[in-house]
Design a protein around this ligand. Structure first.
Ligand code: SF4
Length: 190
């Protein structure tokens, strides 16, 4: 069932006409994953490489989580399911928002099969709206820390350095318990 589903995701051309490049859905998925990373949409580098978070954002995210590349890219442990699966192109500042067709078509059936997830990491406003709809402010959601097996995160992009500088509590107060929770989530096997 999941093999068939992921094959259909990878073959998706649903919003091809609205994308700047050929569709290349980038999802890391296995039903046994215990950590879910819910981000925005792949950037151009991820689109070209066919793998998410290969850039400076990914390096910083792995540091935040205390994971090396082998752990991070192990689909049996870590699922990476953004709000949009294909590179959406550029907007006036940064990348365009994720295509809405993707979430409405694919995220529900994929998430339904992730029955072992212990912790969900939410990156960005679009993912926050989906995974924590009561949260009205991203910074407040980040500051709330671990909440109902969810943790909201600022985007790890170097473009977000100003936010990190303005909110030093993120590194001192949020990251240590988060790293413990990540280690527990992927270290405990059912
Ligand atoms: S963004 Fe989503 S809906 Fe659009 S082509 Fe890619 S996988 Fe399909």
């Amino acid at each position: 069932m999941s093999d068939d589903l992921i094959a259909r995701v990878r073959a998706c051309q649903l919003c091809q006409a609205a994308l700047p490049r050929e569709p290349r859905p980038i999802v890391q998925f296995h039903p046994t994953a215990r950590l879910l990373i819910a981000g925005q949409a792949p950037g151009l580098r991820a689109h070209e490489a066919g793998q998410p978070f290969l850039d400076a954002s990914g390096e910083r995210l792995r540091t935040w989580l205390g994971l090396d590349k082998t752990q991070f890219y192990d689909p049996s442990q870590v699922a990476i399911i953004p709000m949009g699966f294909c590179y959406p192109g550029r907007a006036a500042s940064g990348d365009a928002p994720p295509r809405p067709e993707c979430a409405s078509t694919w995220r529900v059936p994929l998430l339904e099969q992730l029955t072992s997830v212990q912790l969900t990491l939410i990156i960005g406003r679009h993912a926050l709206n989906w995974h924590w709809p009561e949260a009205t402010d991203l910074t407040h959601a980040v500051r709330a820390g671990l909440n109902n097996n969810r943790q909201a995160l600022p985007h790890p992009s170097p473009r977000n350095n100003v936010w990190l500088k303005r909110h030093p509590w993120f590194e001192t107060d949020i990251l240590p318990p988060l790293q413990q929770a990540v280690s527990k989530a992927i270290g405990e096997q059912s």
